[in-house]
Design a protein around this ligand. Structure first.
Ligand SMILES: Cc1ncc(COP(=O)(O)O)c(C=O)c1O
Length: 387
């Protein structure tokens, strides 16, 4: 059955798209096909699957479902978000150029600078909150414009529609890392993006119990190339983890609403707190791109950053005093996490780059979970008393 987005809502598609009752047993839940290989009836004749790196029915159900939720036809489940990024960049050859946003996940920057640069791919980093900077950085050999929005950690919002127009005018593809919003709150393909990637380690899986990634496109030719690369490089997601992600998609909508509701409460609480110098949450009117965020996202998600009114020692006391929030890297799980980007998630950015972006000693990132709101606010209040 086709689960078109004209006919069915997000919640329905998250539960049904890509998955019918099992044709053999009627099982409602897509079985976990733990097999590496498949019997042929004659050499070269099989039922669509020959080897699980190339394709697996459980992974396929999940890929179809997650692509559907992004408003696209083709999905490729990868072993991690980073494997997804690497698969996309493998579309390029030595001598090609990428324009990327200046604020993004530190591991993406590390991969670009320390893996692909050595293979002859060139990178420029610009502040894309002014999309004019993209056009100015584009060259004849620019093949990909890489956007992460909202960005990690500074929550900068980039206009996807304008970025797509600029990339396409210069003959480049637009790739969007949609990890922070998940397909529930943002649809880059509808705004003109050619490729969407997620670290599914985050909201898509949502329970902090696996590492995964996904690459999605609605373009048939690009899909063929990505399919080739995912099989040839082999960075595919394990069948078990694809099963877990498929299971998690069913509750993505309810989780995202709960994350957002708690994040709003935390953002407002922190904004009013005397020990907090500033808060950046796209849902607050004080966010510099609040209007753009309202236009291109249908909600604001569970991520925010704040600057503690104090030095590194004060910030450390805050981070070490939380009890419900866990001091940990990663994000997007049901449990609330708090971390220090300069020392933890973004340590792979050179100090000079961190300084120029404003990732300082008192910057704290929060991934607001879905625990009781009152418990989260009480926890932060108690921890801020230690600042
Ligand atoms: C926005 C974003 N993109 C990509 C990644 C990389 O994903 P993974 O850790 O699954 O390789 C992360 C990880 O933190 C991330 O936050």
């Amino acid at each position: 059955m086709e689960w078109s987005d004209d006919e069915f809502g997000f919640e329905t598609r998250a539960i049904h798209a890509g998955q019918g009752p099992d044709p053999v047993t009627g099982a409602i839940i897509t079985p976990l096909y733990l097999t590496s290989t498949y019997a042929h009836s004659a050499p070269g004749e099989h039922q669509g699957y020959d080897y699980s790196r190339s394709g697996n029915p459980t992974r396929r159900a999940y890929e179809d479902c997650v692509a559907n939720l992004e408003g696209a036809r083709f999905g490729f489940a990868m072993a991690s978000g980073s494997a997804g990024t690497a698969t996309i960049v493998h579309l390029l050859s030595a001598g090609d150029h990428v324009v990327a946003c200046d604020d993004m996940y530190g591991g993406t920057y590390r991969q670009f600078e320390r893996v692909f640069k050595q293979q002859g791919i060139e990178f420029s980093y610009v502040d894309m909150t002014d999309t004019g900077n993209i056009a100015r950085a584009m060259r004849k050999n620019t093949r990909i414009v890489w956007v992460e929005t909202p960005s990690n950690p500074l929550m900068k919002v980039i206009d996807i529609e304008k970025a797509a127009e600029t990339a396409h005018a210069g003959g480049a593809l637009l790739a969007v890392d949609n990890t922070f919003m998940s397909p529930y709150f943002q649809h880059p393909i509808a705004l003109g993006a050619d490729i969407v990637m997620h670290s599914t380690t985050k909201y898509i899986n949502g329970h902090s119990d696996l590492v995964g990634g996904v690459v999605i496109t609605d373009d048939e030719e690009l899909a063929q190339r990505l399919k080739f690369l995912s099989n040839a490089i082999g960075g595919i997601q394990s069948t078990f983890d694809a099963f877990m992600c498929l299971r998690s998609l069913k509750t993505l909508a309810v989780r995202m609403k709960a994350h957002e509701s708690n994040a709003f409460a935390v953002a407002r609480f922190l904004e009013a707190h005397p020990k907090i110098a500033s808060v950046s949450y796209t849902g607050l009117a004080s966010h510099p791109q609040h209007d753009l965020a309202n236009r291109q996202m249908s909600g604001h998600g569970g991520m925010l950053v704040c600057n503690v009114a104090g030095d590194l020692a004060a910030t450390r006391r805050f981070l070490q005093s939380v009890r419900v929030f866990a001091l940990a890297e990663s994000l997007g799980g049901v449990e609330s996490l708090i971390e220090h980007p300069a020392i933890m998630t973004h340590a792979s950015l050179p100090q000079a780059v961190r300084d120029s972006l404003g990732i300082g000693d008192n910057l704290v990132r929060l991934s607001v979970g879905i625990e009781s709101q009152a418990d989260l606010l009480r926890d932060l209040d108690r921890a801020l008393a230690a600042v």
